[in-house]
Design a protein around this ligand. Structure first.
Ligand code: PGA
Length: 248
């Protein structure tokens, strides 16, 4: 099923999150042919998860730690997230890699710990502008996939998100050819690891997705959905993205 996931990053208080849902829940009612999810800040997860209990909208977290308990001031564990009835955890986002120094090894531990609690993972990968300009894109993607997914067998709980770092929050969307090439490359690397079962792993695109560009993005081969930052903060914009066929 096509997947439309909102990554709210560090935006919205609990009250603002619930306000968003007031408009958003009725507008997506009856949409059953695609999966919709929202990853708010940790502090909003409990209220959002309760408010969405009777809907098909999934709740996600934007981060997690790789131990279930212990002296790790400020961290949140997979078991704590599981307790809030969430479905997805975004792991390896480029902002986590850049500002919080998450390495492929840390990301691999987080994916394992999250899957042990039977939560689904949205595993983010993507190259920086410098890496693209020095023609290292495919080497970078290969390394991120191989290290991030080392010894991970639960492909059923896995979603990949290709997010070129230079396209995130910049308004600079990757070209159709760049997205097509990257997604085909990712699919092939997943096939190296999971053989034919890789076809069950969805690959999302992320980076400046908007109501204006969603239609062409969704028509690219091997694009199974999108991870949306900025545009998902506005219920109308996010809805236009979800119902992209209506705006050609
Ligand atoms: P953006 O963010 O849509 O604001 O570019 C996407 C993301 O970081 O997931």
């Amino acid at each position: 099923m096509k997947f439309f996931m909102a990554n709210w990053k560090m935006h919205k208080t609990v009250q603002e999150a619930l306000e968003f849902l007031k408009d958003f829940i009725p507008s997506v009612q009856g949409i059953s042919d695609r999966e919709i999810g929202i990853a708010p800040a940790f502090v909003c997860i409990d209220s959002m998860s309760k408010a969405l209990r009777d809907t098909d909208i999934k709740v996600g977290a934007q981060n997690v730690f790789y131990e279930n308990k212990g002296a790790y001031t400020g961290e949140v564990s997979p078991v704590m997230l599981k307790d809030l009835n969430i479905d997805y955890v975004i792991i390896g986002h480029s902002e986590r890699r850049k500002y919080f120094h998450e390495t492929d090894e840390i990301i691999n531990l987080k994916i394992k710990a999250t899957m042990s609690e039977n939560l689904n993972v949205i595993f983010c990968i993507g190259e920086t502008l410098e890496e693209r300009e020095s023609e290292k894109t495919f080497d970078v993607l290969k390394k991120q996939i191989e290290k991030g997914l080392e010894n991970i067998e639960k492909y059923d709980s896995l979603v990949l998100a290709y997010e070129p770092v230079w396209a995130i929050g910049t308004g600079k969307v990757a070209s159709e050819l760049q997205i097509e090439e990257a997604h085909a490359f990712i699919k092939n690397r997943l096939k190296d690891i999971y053989s034919d079962k890789a076809d069950r792993i969805r690959i999302l695109y992320g980076g400046s997705v908007s109501p204006e560009n969603i239609h062409s993005i969704m028509n690219i081969a091997n694009v199974d959905g999108v991870l949306v930052g900025g545009a998902s903060l506005d219920p109308e914009k996010f809805l236009k993205i979800i119902k992209y066929e209506e705006r050609k």
